[in-house]
Write a protein that binds this ligand. Structure first.
Ligand SMILES: [Zn+2]
Length: 182
């Protein structure tokens, strides 16, 4: 039952330094969200989650009379069906999806050097959608210009796709790691 939770313990290492945040897992142990300790406390009080007090991963919250332990990972006792979460194909989200890698030449990029390319140019009817936006270095973007990859004889390393749910949590982790290493 806890095997998948163990996998997310790995994630919780990154949570350690985030002030008082708890990873909430669905009944099937897929991540739902990162919640505050306060929300976590409410879920525990309402007996809606499994807690593992043997875990060394917990927050200590000092109350007037006592110190309570809030585990860094909670698992819901029931399954909640999540609405199909739509994540906006923002600049940052596109870069995260493509791991900050130019999808034409493979160069490693950062916020400063990465650009968003419309695979089918806007002038040719290409939309600003997950499936038409890709990460490109400035040189490739400039070279490609107002052409389709075929016209420019450029090949995409990955076909742009809409990311699956879970990406949101992952990108939060990536953003966190980035700020930590900055
Ligand atoms: Zn490039």
């Amino acid at each position: 039952m806890l095997s998948m939770a163990m996998k997310y313990l790995e994630l919780s290492k990154y949570l350690k330094n985030m002030s008082k945040q708890v990873l909430l897992l669905n009944f099937d142990q897929s991540p739902i969200n990162i919640i505050t300790v306060k929300k976590a406390y409410k879920l525990i009080a309402k007996n809606k989650v499994y807690v593992d007090f043997d875990s060394e991963e917990f927050h200590e919250v000092k109350l007037v009379k006592e110190t309570i332990k809030i585990p860094k990972i909670l698992i819901l006792k029931y399954y909640i069906k999540l609405p199909q979460k739509k994540i906006a194909p923002s600049r940052k989200n596109i870069f995260h999806r493509d791991s900050y890698c130019c999808q034409y030449c493979g160069m490693d990029l950062c916020d400063r050097t990465a650009t968003v390319d419309h695979v089918i140019p806007r002038s040719k009817g290409g939309g600003s959608t997950w499936t038409n936006l890709t990460t490109s270095c400035k040189d490739c973007n400039l070279y490609k210009g107002n052409r389709t990859p075929k016209e420019a004889k450029m090949e995409l390393r990955n076909k742009p796709k809409e990311p699956k749910y879970g990406f949101f949590i992952e990108s939060m982790m990536i953003a966190f790691k980035r700020t930590k290493n900055a």
